[in-house]
Design a protein around this ligand. Sequence first.
Ligand SMILES: [Zn+2]
Length: 131
Amino acid sequence: MDKSTREELRTHLVERRSELIREGDLRADPNRVDPSEQADEDEQPLNEMQQAIISRRNKVRSQELAGIDAALRRLKEEPDEYGRCVDCDEWIPLGRLKLLPWAQRCVQCESEHSGGSPTGHRRRHARDFID
Ligand SMILES: [Zn+2]
């Protein structure tokens, strides 16, 4: 990978990072409601569901941030190794890195890595398959 491509990806990482930080944690406090509409018992299950959704989103977000930090660290400390799959040592295709500059694995290793997730049905995005 040449230096200007690396620089382009680094810029993308930095921008994405500040975007995530700007978003902040989504409010995960369902009890802060308008006092004029007192929550009655029936609303509780809905609130719990919303809270579960929000906390999952925050989790995804913090994982993405951690990935971005790792990628930026790698770019700084071992720039020549940036873009190499951490599992199989092959180069991650540039098309994938341009979409996911924080990717640490090639598509194949990524699917093996996440295949054993506890939920068993991880949602797939089309971009996971870009090669
Ligand atoms: Zn790999």
